[in-house]
Design a protein around this ligand. Structure first.
Ligand SMILES: NC(=O)c1ccc[n+]([C@@H]2O[C@H](COP(=O)([O-])OP(=O)(O)OC[C@H]3O[C@@H](n4cnc5c(N)ncnc54)[C@H](OP(=O)(O)O)[C@@H]3O)[C@@H](O)[C@H]2O)c1
Length: 162
């Protein structure tokens, strides 16, 4: 992707891809390969994508949006889904630290909980449609600035507890 976009400005990079492989695992589960596969997509993939597109983002003082989850929070900790929770907590941590490192480049980084959304991952019983989540998130991306860089917010604009 970086090769295909070489020389082009990127105004907004949304790191949305993610997997939730340990849904329904019991405490005896959580095999090592599941940890590796989850972190490859949810954490390593986020960092390496941002790293690869830094020249494009620097050229336009672009913004970075990381789609994490309320399951990143250590304040809200009901148990279960250890791999997914740890991966989304790591994605939140990446966003907070990248916000510090990229401030000098004028690049703002926001981290978001998209809501419980009716997608393949969220399932049909989820709270909100993908359209509602996307509309809310797009408004949050527009509001993101270097002043609010490092924020962790919900799709509808509330500060999320860490
Ligand atoms: N749905 C929810 O309630 C909810 C709640 C909190 C957070 N989130 C987060 O929101 C984001 C979007 O989730 P979703 O609900 O849309 O999930 P989804 O329905 O399972 O879709 C996941 C998307 O990620 C892509 N993807 C997964 N692994 C990838 C990889 N290694 N490389 C490239 N693309 C990859 C998938 O592409 P393919 O279709 O090509 O596999 C798919 O487009 C995720 O980060 C998720 O953790 C979702």
């Amino acid at each position: 992707m970086a090769a295909a976009l070489a020389g082009q400005d990127v105004d907004l990079l949304i790191c949305n891809a993610g997997v939730y492989l340990d849904k329904g695992q019991t405490i005896e589960g959580y095999p090592a390969q599941m940890w590796a596969d989850t972190f490859a997509a949810n954490v390593t993939g986020v960092f390496l994508t941002i790293q690869a597109l830094l020249p494009n983002l620097r050229a336009s003082q672009g913004k970075i949006a990381i789609i994490s989850s309320q399951m990143a929070s250590h304040t809200r900790a009901p148990g279960g889904s250890y791999i997914y929770r740890a991966s989304k907590a790591a994605a939140l941590n990446l966003g907070r630290n990248l916000a510090a490192d990229l401030a000098g480049d004028g690049i703002a980084v926001g981290v978001y909980h998209p809501g419980w959304v009716q997608t393949d991952m969220g399932g049909g019983a989820a709270d909100i449609t993908a359209e509602a989540a996307a509309d809310g998130l797009v408004a949050r991306f527009a509001a993101l600035s270097t002043d609010t860089s490092g924020c962790f917010e919900t799709w509808d604009g509330r500060a999320h507890p860490y």
